[in-house]
Design a binder for this molecule. Structure first.
Ligand SMILES: C[S@@+](CC[C@H](N)C(=O)[O-])C[C@H]1O[C@@H](n2cnc3c(N)ncnc32)[C@H](O)[C@@H]1O
Length: 174
């Protein structure tokens, strides 16, 4: 039988400053339940898992199986981590319904305006805060600004490439 050829994952990543902001955001607001799209090698995943409490939950969605070969996620975090393999366009709506009440939805998957808008809108009814990487990506257009304006969201932190905003309609019981 021919040996299966494993393709290397493309180099992807996230700035350490952004990781620092995510961790501080989660810790300062004492967030427990996080959903993220875009795992790559797990830099944000590992950081989020380290920032949430032991009874917290992180659900991570990724559609590139080859990134799994190089995942950085520490085994000690597995008990509070659920990895969902799939295209967020297909799986995110079920994930947010199953999780129910999300403290932070973090986008770092497909940086295309339509995909970003779909993710933000899908997560919003279930999420207290929405955060996004690559808000200034060439493919993103003005999607982040339009989204926060349309939903009257308070932007709590904004850097050139990423931001966090509060959902004004979020209710804890959802
Ligand atoms: C910028 S990287 C994520 C970086 C990661 N958060 C980190 O801390 O290093 C984007 C990731 O999103 C994944 N991705 C792209 N489109 C996606 C989609 N439609 N659904 C799920 N994951 C997607 C890519 O395979 C890639 O691993």
């Amino acid at each position: 039988m021919a040996e299966k050829k494993i393709q290397p994952a493309p180099p992807q990543g996230i700035e350490l400053k952004c990781v620092d902001d995510i961790v501080k955001f989660i810790q300062s607001k004492k967030l427990r339940v996080v959903v993220e799209t875009g795992v790559a090698f797990g830099v944000s995943t590992n950081a989020i898992l380290g920032a949430i409490p032991d009874d917290g939950l992180l659900v991570s969605i990724e559609n590139n199986p080859y990134t799994l070969n190089s995942l950085l996620v520490l085994p000690k975090y597995y008990k509070k981590w659920l990895f969902v393999y799939g295209d967020s366009a297909d799986v995110l709506s079920n994930v947010v319904k199953l999780v129910g009440s999300i403290d932070l939805f973090w986008h770092d998957g497909l940086h295309r305006a339509t995909a970003m808008k779909q993710e933000y809108e899908t997560a919003l009814p279930h999420s207290r805060f929405i955060g996004s990487h690559d808000i200034n990506h060439p493919g993103a257009g003005t999607v982040w600004n339009d989204f926060v304006e349309e939903h009257n969201m308070e932007v709590l932190l904004r850097r050139s490439k990423w931001a966090f905003a509060r959902n004004p309609d979020w209710k804890p019981s959802k």
